[in-house]
Design a binder for this molecule. Structure first.
Ligand code: ADP
Ligand code: MG
Length: 564
C-alpha cells in the first residue's frame, strides 16, 4: 500500500545531484562503479558536467584544482573502499594547499558494516586526518543538511577538503517529491545567505602602514592565497602606489604580472636576504619560503602577514604585524589608508633590486640563446617561451610539474594573468599535473591549457590522455622526456635491472595520444617544438608533444633552492 509511483519520488542519487546543482556546482570529477554509478547520469541530468577519469587520483587532484580556480568546492565522486582510498591523496593535497573540495564517496550499506561487505572499509576514519571534517549520511532526509554543511566547511575560514559518504542503502532510499522540495529550499536558503569575510580593525591597518613607512628595504611576498582571493586589482594598486618590490611564490605568480617593473623574482636571493620589512600576502613561511629564517632571510627582518587563518601566524617566525582578514577586503582598507597618507620607498633599495634583476636577466638571456642538441631544459623552454609570448591574452593556462621541468619552467615561462599557473604546490608532489590540466580546461571552457610534464610526472596519470581526448579538451601536454627521474644517466647497481630512477630510453609517449586519436608529435629540436606547440594550440585539440631532452641535462631534485 505504501509503495508510491516512482515519478513522485526521488532516490538518493537524484537528490544528491539536485542539491549539488542548487549549491552552484557545475562540474564533478570521478570514477563510477558500485554503489555510485548512477550518480554520474544524475549529475548530467542536472546539467552538472561529469568528467569521468581513468583513476580516482587524477579525479581528486582535478577536484581540488577546480575548487581553487572556481572559489567554490570542487567535487570528486568515488566508489567505496579502494576507490575512495585512491582519492585521499587528492583530498589531503587540497587541504594542505587550502583548496576547497568535497570528496563524495559511496560506502558499504549500514546493515553490512563489519560483516566483510563488498569493498567495505573504514573510510570515515581513513579520511579524517586529511580533511577539515568528515560526514556520513545515514538517512536520505539528511542529504541537504550534510551537503550544505560540507560545502560550508570546505569554503569557510581557510579553505580545504571535506569528506562525505553515502552508504548504498541511503543512495537507494526514496523520498516523496514534496519532501524533496523542502530539502531544495533548505539548500537554496543556505546558498543565498551572505558570506562574512573577516577584516582587520583600523588600529591594525594604521600600525601596518606605519611599519611599512619606516621600512628601508620593504618587500611584498605574494602567495597563492592572493590568487585564490582574487586580489589582483587591490594588490596591483597597493604595489603601484607604494613602489614596493614584490616576489611571487610559485602559485602566487600572475596575481601581479611577472613583467611588472617591481617584480623582484630575478633577484630572489638578494631581496630575501636584505629585506627589513616583509609583507606576506596569502603566503606561508613554510619550506617554500625557507621558514622565514637565516641564512636565507635576514636575522632581524620584521614580518607582516595577511591571512584568513589566524592559527597560521607565528608558526615559524614571530609575526610583528598579524593581519587577520580576507586579502581583498583587507587590502582595500590598507589602500585607503595609504591614499590618505602617501609615502615612498627609499630609492637606493629600488635601484639595488633593479640592478640585480637586470644583471640576472642578462645572464639568463645569454644562457637561453645557447642552442643545444640534444635539447636541454633551457633551450626547450625558450622555444616554448617564444610561442607563449607571441600569443594574445588570455594566454593558455600553464600547468607545470616535474623536478627540473618545473623549476626551470618557473624561471623561464612568463605568467601574466592571475590564476593561470598551477604546479606541484605546497607538497611539491608529482602526479598532480594531468588532473590539474583537466580541471583548468573545464574551469575555463574554450581556453587552451598547456600541461608541461616531466616524463616521470606524466607517468603517474598518463592514461588521462584518453579522458582529455574523450572530452575533447584543448590541452596540449608537453612531455620533457629525459629517460628518467631527474635524468636518465644513473648507473644501475644491479647486473640485470635498470637503475631505479631510469625509464625505457627514448620512449614514444606521443603514441598514447595517437592511440586515442589525438595530435601526436615526436620532437628533437627547438624549431620542431615551437612549430608543434603553435600548431596544436591553434588547432584547439588535445595533443601530446614528446620532447627529447638530453638525459644528462637534469640535476637531482631540480633546483629547489635558488636560481641566482
Ligand atoms: P604559497 O605556497 O603560495 O606561499 P600557501 O598555500 O602557503 O601559498 O599560503 C596561502 C595562504 O593564503 C594560506 O595561509 C591561507 O590561509 C591564505 N588564504 C587563503 N585564502 C585567503 C583569503 N581569502 N584571505 C586571506 N588569506 C587567505
Ligand atoms: Mg625525467
Amino acid at each position: 500500500e505504501t509503495k508510491s509511483e516512482p515519478s513522485t519520488t526521488v532516490d538518493g542519487y537524484q537528490l544528491v545531484a539536485k542539491i549539488l546543482k542548487c549549491l552552484g556546482i557545475n562540474a564533478a570529477f570521478g570514477v563510477l562503479g558500485i554503489p555510485v554509478t548512477k550518480l554520474g547520469i544524475c549529475c548530467q541530468q542536472e546539467q552538472i558536467r561529469f568528467i569521468s577519469t581513468r583513476h580516482e587520483l587524477p579525479a581528486s587532484y582535478a577536484a581540488g584544482a577546480f575548487g581553487y580556480l572556481q572559489r567554490k568546492p570542487g567535487v570528486c565522486v568515488t566508489v567505496s573502499g579502494p576507490g575512495c582510498l585512491h582519492a585521499l591523496a587528492g583530498l589531503a593535497s587540497a587541504t594542505v594547499n587550502c583548496f576547497p573540495m568535497i570528496l563524495i564517496s559511496g560506502a558499504a550499506e549500514n546493515s553490512q558494516v563489519d560483516r566483510g561487505a563488498f569493498q567495505e572499509c573504514d573510510q570515515l576514519r581513513a579520511a579524517l586526518p586529511h580533511a577539515k571534517q568528515v560526514f556520513r549520511v545515514e538517512d536520505i532526509g539528511e542529504t541537504a543538511r550534510y551537503l550544505c554543511r560540507a560545502y560550508h566547511v570546505a569554503l569557510s575560514g581557510r579553505p580545504g577538503g571535506v569528506y562525505i559518504e553515502f552508504p548504498s542503502n541511503v543512495l537507494h532510499q526514496r523520498l516523496q517529491a514534496n519532501n524533496v522540495e523542502d530539502l531544495l529550499s533548505f539548500s537554496n536558503d543556505f546558498i543565498s545567505s551572505p558570506r562574512n569575510l573577516p577584516t582587520p580593525t583600523p588600529d591594525v591597518i594604521d600600525r601596518t602602514v606605519q611599519l611599512l613607512k619606516k621600512a628601508e628595504r620593504p618587500l611584498i611576498v605574494i602567495g597563492k592565497g592572493a590568487n585564490y582571493a582574487c586580489a589582483e586589482q587591490e594588490l596591483s594598486q597597493f604595489i603601484n602606489n607604494l613602489n614596493i618590490p614584490f616576489l611571487a611564490t610559485p602559485m602566487g605568480k600572475g596575481c601581479v604580472p611577472d613583467s611588472h617593473p617591481l617584480s623582484a623574482s630575478a633577484a630572489r636571493s638578494l631581496v630575501l636576504k636584505e629585506a627589513d620589512v616583509v609583507f606576506l600576502v596569502g603566503a606561508r613561511l613554510n619550506w617554500i619560503l625557507h621558514y622565514g629564517k637565516p641564512p636565507r632571510w635576514s636575522d632581524n627582518c620584521k614580518f607582516i602577514q595577511l591571512d584568513i587563518c589566524e592559527e597560521e601566524f607565528h608558526r615559524n617566525a614571530n609575526i610583528t604585524m598579524p593581519i587577520f582578514g580576507d586579502i581583498q577586503e583587507s587590502l582595500k582598507l590598507i589602500n585607503e589608508a595609504v591614499t590618505r597618507e602617501p609615502f615612498q620607498v627609499p630609492k637606493s633599495w629600488l635601484n639595488k633590486v633593479r640592478q640585480k634583476c637586470e644583471e640576472n636577466a642578462r645572464k639568463l638571456e645569454l644562457r637561453l640563446q645557447e642552442w643545444r642538441t640534444p635539447l636541454d631544459f633551457h633551450c626547450a623552454l625558450n622555444a616554448m617561451r617564444v610561442v607563449i609570448m607571441s600569443l594574445p591574452n588570455p594566454k593558455p593556462i600553464l600547468v607545470s610539474e616535474g623536478a627540473n621541468t618545473m623549476d626551470f619552467g618557473r624561471l623561464i615561462l612568463p605568467v601574466e594573468e592571475p590564476r593561470s599557473r598551477l604546479d606541484a604546490g605546497t607538497w611539491g608532489t608529482m602526479g598532480v599535473g594531468m588532473g590539474y590540466a583537466i580541471a583548468s580546461s573545464v574551469s575555463y571552457p574554450g581556453r587552451s591549457v598547456i600541461a608541461l610534464e616531466g616524463d616521470s610526472a606524466f607517468g603517474f596519470s598518463g592514461m588521462e590522455i584518453e579522458t582529455i581526448i574523450r572530452y575533447n579538451l584543448p590541452i596540449v601536454t608537453v612531455v620533457f622526456n629525459n629517460n628518467g627521474i631527474y635524468g636518465g644517466t644513473e648507473k644501475s647497481a644491479d647486473p640485470y635491472d635498470p637503475a631505479p630512477t631510469s625509464f625505457v630510453p627514448n620512449a614514444h609517449y606521443e603514441k598514447i595520444a595517437e592511440a586515442f586519436g589525438g595530435l601526436a608529435y615526436w620532437i628533437e629540436t627547438a624549431e620542431q617544438l615551437g612549430k608543434a606547440l603553435r600548431e596544436s594550440l591553434e588547432a584547439k585539440k588535445p595533443a601530446l608533444l614528446n620532447v627529447v631532452i638530453d638525459p644528462s641535462a637534469g640535476t637531482e631534485s631540480g633546483s629547489l633552492t635558488s636560481h641566482n
